[in-house]
Design a protein around this ligand. Structure first.
Ligand SMILES: Cc1cc2nc3c(=O)[nH]c(=O)nc-3n(C[C@H](O)[C@H](O)[C@H](O)COP(=O)(O)OP(=O)(O)OC[C@H]3O[C@@H](n4cnc5c(N)ncnc54)[C@H](O)[C@@H]3O)c2cc1C
Length: 404
């Protein structure tokens, strides 16, 4: 096959998958996790799972051009349930490869990409969200080299379906905050792991609290070396922002697409209202700009670079678009206030989006934290003042607890 023929051939393969192979694979499959698994399995059978991931880790070893063709051809057809696989496929596998944890990437990559295994991200804690380096979940080394994990995580998306979790834990409380952290892959069905679901105001049940009570983690599940958890977490969050920036069908926290907004405006008879048209234009331009920024970010990461602070720009744009789109959708679909006819599914969707959209400004790091990152790492503004640098984490905890 010539290089010239390849993009066209790849495009027709994707079309064939979307229009011919996928509909029967999803027919009659109901249930969130079941649909997610059915889609991933079909994607894998078609040789389309993990497009940019090298073959030795279970992917297809392709590039940015194929990612883009897939996004174009599959727009509107990928079931949103596939987002349950995004942590594994888009965050964990590339981060393991990028951090040089190739044995773990070889062991878990194929299952995470093909849909055999779901992975969750065990970072945030009740006292460590924006201040992620403040995690207190403790991993203590045993005599035989394994680790015993005790602590609590929160806001863990899809932990209720996960077989694996990427955990950030404190391994050295004597070291300064950012230096005493390590990263692990943990079995979610190990004795001592308890997952408790949380319900959001949108009615969704995405989040969980996860408790660890002396959970044994084998020595070979450490990602990198002890104390390397912070740079590993920064890399994972960079990949998360790449995913949010992309904003395609299965991206976590995706703005309502422009085409859907137009449909809503037509449905509500508002598509010739000049004020609505102006807001529709803003939505179109915002989404187009975000797509172009995302393309530049993706080209950089697929060229082998770890995602950098530019991903914060992509995430901020998507969040702004998401909030704009949710407000516009609610104004045109819920014109008479927060009520709608029982059979009006478009209005019911709009109500869900309005309640769901604020989460976009938090998940993967809040808007304020993205702005801090852009200010400090891109614009060269002075760093936030810190009294914590160089102080052992144990002493910081004591100070905080003493103040309470
Ligand atoms: C949809 C969604 C999915 C999520 N999924 C996961 C997941 O799977 N795994 C996981 O580990 N976590 C997950 N999270 C948690 C998410 O990472 C945290 O909510 C986020 O990092 C903020 O932390 P927090 O909620 O503790 O807020 P806080 O850190 O307490 O922040 C409260 C407010 O203070 C502001 N603030 C804090 N520090 C600063 C500062 N230095 N400068 C300026 N303003 C500041 C924040 O911007 C925010 O407005 C998810 C969250 C959401 C909404």
């Amino acid at each position: 096959m010539t290089e010239r023929a390849w993009p066209a051939e790849f495009r027709s393969h994707v079309r064939e998958f979307i229009h011919t192979a996928l509909p029967p694979a999803l027919a009659g499959v109901t249930g969130f996790a079941e649909r997610a698994r059915a889609y991933r399995a079909a994607l894998h059978r078609a040789g389309l799972a993990g497009l940019g991931i090298p073959a030795e880790f279970g992917g297809q070893g392709l590039g940015e051009a194929e990612e883009r063709i897939f996004a174009e051809e599959s727009a509107g057809s990928v079931p949103g349930e596939d987002r349950v696989f995004q942590v594994g496929a888009r965050l964990v596998v590339p981060s393991l490869i990028g951090r040089g944890a190739h044995d773990l990437a070889r062991e878990f990559g194929p299952g995470l990409l093909s849909g055999e295994m779901i992975c969750c991200q065990l970072f945030s804690e009740p006292e460590a969200g924006s201040d992620l380096a403040g995690v207190r979940t403790r991993a203590a080394r045993t005599k035989d080299g394994d680790w015993l994990v005790t602590g609590q995580k929160v806001w863990t998306s899809y932990a209720q379906y996960a077989g694996l979790g990427l955990l950030l834990a404190r391994t050295d409380p004597e070291a300064p905050k950012h230096q005493g952290l390590s990263m692990f892959l943990v079995d979610m069905d190990a004795p001592g792991v308890e997952v408790r679901p949380l319900r959001q105001m949108s009615g969704d049940c995405e989040f969980n609290e996860v408790f660890f009570d002396e959970v044994r983690v084998p020595a070979d599940r450490l990602v990198g070396r002890p104390g390397e958890g912070w740079p590993a977490a920064v890399a994972v969050l960079g990949h998360e922002r790449v995913g949010v920036s992309r904003g395609d069908d299965s991206s976590p926290r995706r703005p309502i697409p422009y085409e859907r907004l137009l449909e809503l405006a037509r449905h509500g008879g508002r598509d010739s209202d000049p004020a609505v048209r102006e807001r529709l234009l803003d939505a179109f331009l915002g989404q187009r700009t975000a797509a172009l920024v995302s393309r530049r970010i993706a080209a950089r990461t697929l060229a082998g670079a770890e995602p950098g602070p530019e991903t914060s720009v992509g995430k901020l744009l998507r969040t702004a678009n998401g909030l704009h789109a949710a407000r516009l959708a609610s104004d045109v679909a819920l014109g008479a206030g927060a009520t709608w006819a029982g059979d009006d599914t478009l209005a019911a969707d709009a109500a869900f989006w309005v309640l769901d959209a604020p989460g976009m400004a938090m998940g993967g790091g809040t808007d304020e934290i993205q702005r801090n990152t852009i200010g400090e790492r891109m614009l060269g503004l002075p760093r936030e003042h810190s009294v914590e640098r160089g102080v052992p984490f144990r002493d910081l905890v004591r100070t905080r607890e003493g103040q309470q």
